[in-house]
Design a protein around this ligand. Sequence first.
Ligand code: SAM
Length: 264
Amino acid sequence: MTVGVGFSGEVAEFYAKYRRGYPPPVIEALRAAFALTADDIVLDLGCGTGQLSLPLASQVRSVIGMDPEPDMLRLAAETAAGQGVRNVTWVLGADSDVPALGTLVGQGSLAMTVIGQALHWMRHEELFRTLAPLFRTGGGIAVVANGTPLWQQDCAWSHALRACLEDHFGRRLEATCGTAAHDRRRYAEALRTAGFTDVGETVIDYSDELTIDEIIGGVYSAVSEDKLPRHEDRPAFAERIHRSLPPGPYLESVQVSVLMGRGT
Ligand SMILES: C[S@@+](CC[C@H](N)C(=O)[O-])C[C@H]1O[C@@H](n2cnc3c(N)ncnc32)[C@H](O)[C@@H]1O
């Protein structure tokens, strides 16, 4: 089993506090696409701190929130307890553990597997093939991209943030983390190859304003723990980011992409 992939310790805490969740239209799009009901079971693979598991829990009988990072799962479980959500089972595991999970839940048992901002960590072709027999009629996979990394957006403050971070980390920050159009084309093709049908994308757009603290917290939520500035260096790091950015407001245009494919 793969355990611990970089979202550990304080990074998990920054993730829980600063990463965007998903607005109701995203949950509604998922519900409608797979006609989710109160009898259904959903797998949220790479569930992190529960950004999708928790709102989906109110739509179905049971959610399996699966993730290889114990700290992410711990925070997800704490949030669920705080919200009184009792129908999510938190499972420590990665995509490589899905075959074993399949033997537990059985063929035709899942209404949906949702993968939010996490497929780029997985062997997606193998995963799609493994998941295919597990869906009930009308069920399937949803690959969700929650906007674009803060330093890769097409606006002045994001360009300035990227330049500042590239200078700090001493490397180009080019990884798209599965959020770019070419990533979605690759995933769509892999879904079709694995036998999924009705493969298509729904996009939900909205915009929101970010504070400097949210920008810095968002950056801290996206690095591995060993790359976080030391506590004593954080005020200077924050000041450096602040000075690099143009004056606010810092508007973020968020495009949530939901790529879906139906099992056969
Ligand atoms: C960016 S977070 C996404 C969390 C949440 N799904 C969301 O939409 O915000 C990525 C998550 O994928 C998990 N992850 C990394 N490698 C994985 C793998 N091979 N299988 C399953 N999950 C994985 C990480 O531990 C992390 O919690």
